[in-house]
Ligand binder design. Structure first.
Ligand SMILES: Cc1cc2nc3c(=O)[nH]c(=O)nc-3n(C[C@H](O)[C@H](O)[C@H](O)COP(=O)(O)OP(=O)(O)OC[C@H]3O[C@@H](n4cnc5c(N)ncnc54)[C@H](O)[C@@H]3O)c2cc1C
Length: 895
């Protein structure tokens, strides 16, 4: 039914109660709901906000426990949509208290005259999409109903307190409080024996103040958390000055940052720093008293690499032992079960020192679990505690709790959200759900939400939703719904992002692990606030990609597809390359292109140390050639890998794939000899191929002199180097040796045909372009020679070749010829493993310490090389995340 047909703003519902008719109903009057109401009104929509609470504030209405504060600096944890609002309000502290934040939200409410469209003490209990009218019908606790075109759940990520899972709570005769539902009247604790159950953010904030008041405080801790001193006080002068000096830039940087606070991206990785340098950085962060700072500014690998992260955990544990006098208590307070940052760390004021007080006891529930709560106290497996007051700081059913508490939410075809989310929340962008038209969630699961400064994320979501509603209205659309393809694609992208970080290694409320029976999965988007914002903008910019739009007088629009198909770090790298606006390499001429490559390579991480790196000369097909040898630190002799670099037979040298050779040398425990073969145009076909073969022969013959293990060698190569490796295997078979144990071909050139789909699909935009490939071919090989197997090995005889591992990348013009080669080898009876790099481009598996999603692929390549050499598979640490599909054996065709 068109909106115009909804003549009255309210109508009589069955049973006599009134149904209010609005364009938009927003549930929740916290940070999100208030801003939404302001924007919706300005955009000309009729809107109502409903909240169960008695006033505005959301989180800050409910969480009134002693010590409740924000833990993102208040100058950042503020609205930014109106510069005049920013100057009209001044925060008194670095981390404002709950009363001050509540006053701020009240101030905002009055300033924009929001109160008249907010209905308090109104709990929404159910929501139903009425297909006939294309409107949502909301039911409320008091029987009133609301009919709206658009239903926005601004119900909060941390607004559904988690009930305690302990027997006997009802039997307890003393006072019981929940930090998330703290009473408005004063709670008197003086002279009382108080128990706190739970040591998450709220518990850690409350414990020092409860200890001040109570006669005796007993803290029951199941899992210790990392806590850092807040060093609260006035807003730090340097941050305030930065903001004041250019407010607009500061806010814009926050919007595009990783966590919603403008700190720069770190580039130095932990192993590039000495112990002393790392300690200095850590001490600086400890003194800063800033969560986002310590979570992002120590070293670049702190959130993605187990080893880089463990260094921080150790330094914090050292601090805990330095503060807490009783070593047993200090040990119990020291987290060991999760990486730093994988669970939300806390900011504290005197938290650890509180355990030095005589009136405070820590009970380690890992050693003595709570058996039950009795009428007079708490009984563990070992002891009984007489208690007057129990404070539950047991956290929230985060991210989905408040959404699922509206039950049922029924979408298209009677589908219920509880069924749709039975195995965990499924969303598109964390904003919408397929089959639930016109339903939006603010900071929903699948968006950065709790992993960010939520003030920034809330504004971004509210702006995106309202902007879309305005655009729809202008175009005549009245319904919007995510497609299944888009939603599935988002789930894949979420999983790819989560695989990059260490969140997957912790059981936390981010993953739903704190709620019994809740499906496990990393719920917030871990790809960062800025990248997320660009994706949302991209969706709109690409004709609402992944959404179906309908309206009474317009043709349906459905631009279906997945918004991100690249691996998250690959996407960032390609974005950075695009921003550099580099000239096409082929426009530079051969020498210009070589100079460019040399300069370009200077900007990449240097690669990790190996046992030894040495340069030498070997005998090529027409004279001496340089080589670079990478030797593992372990005692030799080691099996040898002869490696051929990439560069289209035109660029590169024995040093140009240095980080990759180092990485593979470390992973395989094998010697890598990188060969500096001759290049075109000075030396055209078949110079590179003949050099490759000659070099392999020379290396095999001199294996012992090189400190290697005599016997068969293995060959490997990337791109044109993969071509040379493949050709070398054919030549070695046909020319009586040397013996080759296996071939690792990474994105190899295998054929002179350019009509496979990957050449068209990935012609531009992925660094190695079709035009660049044409240029390489033209320089190296005249058309008459191109079908020669020494440059198009796919056209050669393929039986009796060494076993192979062929890696290809999805967004690479060379993808399909690599796959064709692997399949042809298998058809010829050669054992082949194939790895398809989903979401990768031609160079990304080689980008060591830049593209982390390439790590898994390199670990698999390394294991293949070890197998070729007869070594057991490596259990190398940091195998880490990788391309989704593990390599698979291609069935060799009979015969
Ligand atoms: C103690 C604490 C400290 C925090 N500190 C920070 C911080 O420093 N920085 C940061 O970024 N984030 C922090 N957060 C997260 C905080 O929740 C968000 O920053 C922000 O306040 C969320 O705003 P919101 O409007 O999305 O949701 P909320 O503030 O949670 O508001 C949601 C509202 O929806 C109402 N509601 C829910 N369901 C229904 C229903 N069915 N019917 C009617 N009403 C309903 C609730 O009553 C509530 O009032 C903190 C959270 C807590 C609990």
């Amino acid at each position: 039914m068109p909106d115009a047909a909804v003549a009255a703003s309210s109508s009589q519902a069955t049973g006599g109660s009134t149904t209010q008719q609005v364009d938009v109903a927003v549930v929740g009057a916290g940070f999100a709901g208030l801003y939404l109401l302001h924007r919706l009104r300005k955009a000309g929509f009729t809107a109502i906000v409903l909240d169960e609470a008695g006033d505005v504030g959301g989180t800050w209405y409910w969480n009134r426990y002693p010590g409740a504060r924000c833990d993102i600096q208040t100058i950042d944890y503020s609205y930014t949509f109106d510069p005049e609002l920013e100057t009209a309000w001044k925060w008194s502290e670095k981390y404002a208290t709950q009363p001050e934040i509540l006053r701020y939200l009240g101030f905002v409410t009055e300033r924009y005259d929001l109160r008249r469209d907010i209905r308090f003490r109104t709990k929404v209990t159910a929501a139903n999409w009425d297909q006939a009218t294309e409107r949502w019908q909301l039911a409320t606790y008091d029987g009133a109903t609301i009919s709206c075109r658009y239903y926005i759940m601004a119900t909060g990520c941390l607004s559904a307190p988690k009930p305690p899972e302990i027997d006997g709570v009802k039997d307890f005769k003393g006072e019981v409080y929940f930090t998330g539902r703290w009473p408005h009247e004063e709670v008197k604790l003086a002279g009382k024996r108080v128990a706190v159950i739970g040591t998450g953010s709220s518990g850690i904030q409350a414990i020092p103040l409860l200890a001040d008041q109570a006669a005796q405080l007993t803290v029951f801790q199941r899992t210790p958390n990392f806590a850092l001193p807040a060093h609260n006080g006035p807003a730090p002068a340097d941050r305030a000055a930065l903001l004041e000096s250019d407010r607009a830039t500061y806010r814009e940087q926050a919007r595009w940052s990783l966590a919603g606070v403008p700190w720069p991206q770190q580039t130095v990785v932990s192993w590039q720093l000495s112990d002393a340098e790392r300690r200095e950085r850590f001490e600086q962060a400890w003194a800063a008293g800033d969560l986002v700072y310590i979570l992002t500014q120590l070293w670049a690998d702190q959130a993605v690499d187990v080893d880089g992260n463990a260094l921080i955990c150790e330094l914090i544990r050292e601090k805990i032992h330095g503060i807490v006098k009783d070593p047993e208590t200090a040990a119990a307070l020291s987290p060991f079960d999760h990486p730093f940052g994988a669970k939300r760390p806390c900011l504290d004021t005197n938290y650890y020192a509180t355990y030095n007080r005589p009136n405070v006891t820590l009970v380690n529930l890992r050693q003595e679990p709570i058996r039950q709560i009795t009428a007079s106290g708490i009984a563990t497996d070992k002891r009984t505690f007489d208690i007057d007051v129990i404070v539950f700081a047991t956290g929230f059913d985060a991210m989905t709790g408040a959404i699922m508490a509206v039950h049922p939410i029924t979408g298209r075809g009677g589908k219920s959200l509880s069924d749709a989310w039975a195995n965990g929340p499924q969303t598109y962008l964390g904003l919408t759900v397929a089959d639930f038209p016109n339903l939006f969630m603010i900071t929903g699961p699948g968006s950065p939400s709790v992993l960010s400064n939520m003030a920034v994320s809330i504004e971004q979501h509210a702006d995106w939703v309202v902007d879309r509603l305005v655009a729809m209205k202008e175009a005549g659309f009245t319904t919007l719904e995510a497609t299944q393809t888009a939603q599935a694609g988002w789930a894949q992208h979420m999983a790819d992002c989560a695989a990059l970080t260490l969140h997957r290694l912790a059981n936390t409320w981010y993953t739903g692990a704190n709620v019994p029976g809740k499906a496990w999965g990393v719920m917030p988007y871990t790809g960062g606030v800025g990248p997320y914002r660009s994706i949302c903008n991209d969706v709109a910019g690409r004709g609402m990609l992944g959404f179906r739009l309908t309206g009474p007088n317009v043709a349906e629009q459905c631009n279906d597809g997945e918004i991100v198909r690249l691996q998250p770090d690959v996407r960032l790298v390609l974005g950075m390359l695009a921003e550099m606006n580099l000239p096409p390499i082929e426009s530079l001429g051969a020498q210009g292109a070589r100079d460019f490559l040399t300069e370009f390579n200077k900007g990449r991480p240097a690669g990790r140390p190996v046992g030894e790196v040495g340069d030498g000369m070997l005998q090529g097909a027409a004279g001496p050639l340089p080589y670079r040898l990478y030797r593992p630190a372990t005692p030799g002799p080691h099996p040898i890998v002869v490696y051929f670099h990439g560069g289209g037979w035109v660029l590169g040298d024995e040093q140009s794939d240095d980080p990759f050779c180092r990485d593979m040398c470390r992973r395989t425990g094998m010697i890598f000899v990188s060969v500096g073969y001759r290049h075109a145009p000075e030396h055209r076909f078949p110079a590179a191929a003949e050099d490759g073969y000659a070099a392999t022969r020379w290396i095999a013959e001199h294996a012992a002199d090189l400190g290697g293990k005599p016997g068969p060698v293995t060959v490997a190569g990337w791109s044109a180097g993969g071509n040379i490796a493949a050709v070398t295997c054919q030549l070695a078979r046909d020319r009586g040796g040397p013996q080759i144990a296996g071939q690792l071909l990474i994105c190899p050139v295998t054929d002179c045909t350019f009509d496979r789909p990957s050449y068209t699909e990935n012609a531009t935009g992925y660094f190695v372009t079709r035009s660049l490939m044409y240029w390489f071919w033209d320089i190296y090989c005249s058309p008459a020679d191109r079908t020669d197997p020494r440059v198009s090995p796919l056209r050669g005889k393929l039986d009796n070749l060494p076993q192979a591992f062929v890696a290809t990348c999805e967004f690479d013009p060379l993808r399909d010829e690599g796959i064709a080669y692997a399949e042809a080898l298998a058809a010829a009876g050669v054992p082949v493993e194939q790895l398809k790099g989903r979401g990768h481009f031609h160079s990304s598996l080689m980008m060591v310490d830049v593209v982390i999603t390439g790590v898994g692929a390199r670990a698999q390549m390394a294991n293949a090389l070890r197998r070729f050499a007869g070594l057991p598979e490596s259990k190398h640490e940091g195998v880490g995340p990788g391309v989704a599909a593990p390599p698979h054996q291609i069935d060799a065709a009979a015969g």
